[in-house]
Design a protein around this ligand. Structure first.
Ligand SMILES: [Ca+2]
Ligand SMILES: [Ca+2]
Length: 196
C-alpha cells in the first residue's frame, strides 16, 4: 500500500482524535441514507461516525464510555437477517464472541442507541456467538466480512496464534463450528495488518 496516497477525511467537531483510534470498522450504510458509517473504539469508548461521503464525516457520536478497552469490534452488519445492522464483538474478559442485535429506527436504518448497550439491544441482552477460544491471545487478528460462502450470512476470518488462518462460516444466531483452515501455519501472517 502506498501510504502517500491515503485519503484524508475531515472529521466533525467533537470527534475523537484519529491518533487515539484503537480500531475503525466500516459498518457499510447502517443508517440507510446511502452514506457509509464507521464504528471506532478509542480506549474504553465506542463511537460511531456517520455520513461519510468520501471526504467528510457528518457526525461523531459516542455510544459508550466504558468497557471497550477489552473488546474488539468484529463486524457491524446485519447478522440476524432482519435487515437491521447488528454488532458482533470479541471480549477478552471471557474469550467469547458476543452478538448485539440492532433495532430499527423510525427513520429507517438502525437505531444506534440499540447498539450502545446490551440492555438496549434487540432482545435486551448480548447473546453468545462464539463460545470460547476467541481471546486475543488465541486469535490475534479477527475480521468480519460480508458473506463469502454464498449463504447470505456475514462470515469471519481469524488468524490463529500459530499463524494459520481460519474461515468461520457465519450463522444467524451462533457459530456452528463450521470452520476451515484456509492458510496453513506461517509466522508471516502474524505480522500482517489485514486479511480477507
Ligand atoms: Ca439484524
Ligand atoms: Ca456466509
Amino acid at each position: 500500500m502506498n501510504v502517500d496516497r491515503r485519503r484524508e477525511i475531515l472529521l466533525p467537531e467533537g470527534a475523537p482524535d484519529p491518533g487515539t483510534f484503537t480500531q475503525i470498522v466500516s459498518a457499510g450504510d447502517a443508517t440507510g441514507d446511502g452514506q457509509a458509517d464507521f464504528f471506532v473504539t478509542v480506549g474504553d469508548a465506542l463511537w460511531v461516525l456517520t455520513g461519510y461521503n468520501g471526504a467528510t464525516v457528518d457526525r461523531a457520536t459516542r455510544l459508550s464510555a466504558a468497557s471497550w478497552a477489552n473488546r474488539d469490534v468484529v463486524t457491524v452488519q446485519d447478522i440476524t437477517g432482519d435487515g437491521v445492522t447488528d454488532l458482533l464483538y470479541r471480549t477478552d474478559e471471557t474469550g467469547r464472541l458476543l452478538l448485539r442485535g440492532g433495532i430499527k429506527a423510525a427513520s429507517g436504518g438502525v437505531d444506534f442507541a440499540s447498539l450502545a448497550t446490551a440492555a438496549g439491544s434487540a432482545g435486551g441482552g448480548d447473546t453468545q456467538y462464539g463460545a470460547s477460544g476467541w481471546s486475543s491471545g488465541a486469535v490475534p487478528f479477527i475480521l468480519g466480512t460480508p458473506d463469502a460462502n454464498g449463504d447470505s450470512v456475514p462470515d469471519i476470518w481469524a488468524v490463529q496464534a500459530g499463524g494459520s488462518v481460519r474461515f468461520h462460516a457465519g450463522s444467524r444466531t451462533a457459530l456452528s463450528g463450521n470452520d476451515t483452515e484456509v492458510v496453513g501455519a506461517a509466522t508471516w501472517w502474524k505480522t500482517r495488518q489485514a486479511v480477507g
